[in-house]
Design a protein around this ligand. Structure first.
Ligand code: 13P
Length: 241
């Protein structure tokens, strides 16, 4: 199965930077499914620049509501309207800084699926939770609201899980191969073996190959390194091995 490589630009970048990065990677023929998730204002620009590329454009969040009087929100329909193919939901930064609950994140995923966009549902434990031996319990709780969606017919072709341990994000300290393999196996046991599970947290060109060849790793979600064309294309190339 082709690996998924997803760049998450977070609240970084500019029109100038996205032109610089995308112009260097858009014509490469990667042996992986590659997407970039950019801030809302750049979605149309990126979609236009990638129109002849295999790289897909996605968003980093979506409203849990349908169109209406919700000032400041962006609906799944709007994302689709400007050419997005996917969106991340429930990133730990959204859970932490914006108080998103597991139930709200599951509603966001449901809105994406209703309009035919692919969802990346993020889960991950904090260091305190891991140290207390509660990592799997935390992940299980984050996955719990998805069972209602599965019962309503949602399938593994519509969304995947991104396992991003909070302590590995932006720290330069990726989880160990064993930690990743154990948690990916656990997630697949919770949801079913057909579900793709991506790893995120300090993925770079230098460690991508080791992470991508671990059992149960179907791709990676890349933060900081996706803002650098050389790093990002190095990660995408590592997925071809
Ligand atoms: P870094 O790759 O910068 O650690 O970020 C990971 C992440 O949060 C991707 O969503």
């Amino acid at each position: 199965m082709r690996k998924h490589i997803v760049g998450n630009w977070k609240m970084n970048g500019s029109v100038a930077l996205l032109r610089e990065v995308l112009d260097q990677v858009r014509d490469e023929a990667f042996a992986a499914d590659v997407s970039v998730c950019v801030p809302f204002p750049y979605l149309s620009e990126v979609q236009q620049r990638l129109s002849s590329s295999q790289i897909k454009v996605g968003a980093q969040d979506v409203s849990e509501y349908d169109d209406g009087a919700y000032t400041g929100e962006v609906s799944a329909r709007m994302l689709k309207d400007v050419g997005s193919r996917l969106a991340i939901v429930g990133h730990s930064e959204r859970r932490r800084y914006f108080g998103e609950s597991d139930a709200a994140v599951a509603s966001k995923l449901a809105r994406l699926l209703e309009v035919g966009l692919y969802g990346i549902y993020c889960v991950g434990e904090t260091l305190a939770e891991r140290d207390a031996g509660r990592a799997e319990a935390r992940i299980e709780a984050q996955l719990a609201p998805l069972h209602a969606l599965l019962a309503r017919g949602a399938t593994a072709s519509q969304f995947c899980i991104a396992y991003e341990p909070v302590w590995a994000i932006g720290t330069g300290r990726a989880a160990s191969g064993e930690q990743v393999a154990v948690m990916h196996e656990f997630i697949k046991r919770c949801l079913g073996p057909a579900f793709a599970v991506l790893y995120g947290g300090s993925v770079k060109a230098g460690n991508a190959s080791a992470l991508l060849t671990l059992p149960g790793v179907d791709g990676v979600l890349v933060g900081g390194a996706s803002l650098d064309a050389k790093e990002f294309s190095g990660i995408c190339r590592a997925a071809g091995c």
